[in-house]
Design a protein around this ligand. Structure first.
Ligand code: FMN
Length: 216
């Protein structure tokens, strides 16, 4: 089948993209409102953008049905220029989804959904203590797409927190822990069946893995 993308309506193209770009890694983005209230929300349109300097991105969208308001996450980042990008473990699936509820901006979603705020070092936004890795970010740029319906939020990482349990022989190792990916609709997948595929040309020698993060 071949369709001209221009023939798809907004909902149709949303469903097509969300149903085919799977699985998507899930990140809990923490922010703080201009009134000081911490906010937490999951995002699956998320990726790493660059490594020098380290940058991460996620997309804040407004769903076609029902047309929702600007997300608190986006408004907070526009106001403060800061956010924390927290990885989330599979054991917190339900709590993670709970944070996607459209609570009023006055609700502290850490407290409401059972996550523990932890101190950040370079930004005024709490991180998620339950996360194996949290990246403190300052806003690099917001790129409007789709007539402003979607905004790609790019942050520069200014500090990293890694839970000691996930540092093995001086390196970050998330291979033994289940995390969750978003599939279509309300379906999810766990990363509990990793495997290796032999490849050529990619240097995997540990001597070449820069462990600068963990130098004393
Ligand atoms: C697993 C999961 C992933 C999500 N990913 C995104 C996403 O990538 N972009 C987006 O705009 N909304 C996404 N959402 C919806 C937001 O989390 C939801 O709109 C939330 O209420 C935003 O919260 P806020 O208003 O506190 O920022 C996702 C929801 C779930 C449950």
């Amino acid at each position: 089948m071949n369709r001209n993308a221009a023939a798809l309506n907004n909902l149709g193209s949303y469903m097509l993209l969300m149903g085919s770009i799977v699985p998507r890694p899930i990140t809990l983005i923490s922010t703080v409102g201009s009134d000081g209230v911490p906010n937490l929300a999951p995002f699956s349109l998320t990726t790493a953008v660059s490594s020098d300097p380290p940058m991460l991105a996620f997309t804040s969208t407004r769903l076609p049905i029902p047309p929702d308001d600007k997300q608190d996450t986006l408004r907070n980042i526009e106001d403060t220029g800061e956010f924390v990008y927290n990885l989330v473990l599979a054991e917190y699936d339900q709590k993670m989804v709970d944070t996607s509820t459209t609570w009023p901006a006055s609700v502290n979603e850490f407290a409401r959904c059972g996550f523990t705020p932890g101190p950040s070092s370079r930004v005024g936004v709490p991180r998620v203590s339950e996360s194996p890795v949290s990246f403190e970010c300052v806003l690099h740029r917001i790129i409007e797409c789709g007539g402003g319906e979607s905004r790609l939020v790019i942050g520069q990482v200014v500090a990293v927190h890694i839970a000691e349990a996930f540092i093995v022989d001086g390196l970050l190792d998330l291979s033994r822990v289940a995390r969750t990916g978003r599939m279509a609709g309300s379906e999810y997948v766990h990363t509990d069946a990793p495997f290796t595929v032999a490849d050529a040309g990619i240097v995997r020698d540990r001597r070449y893995i820069n462990d600068y993060l963990f130098e004393a």
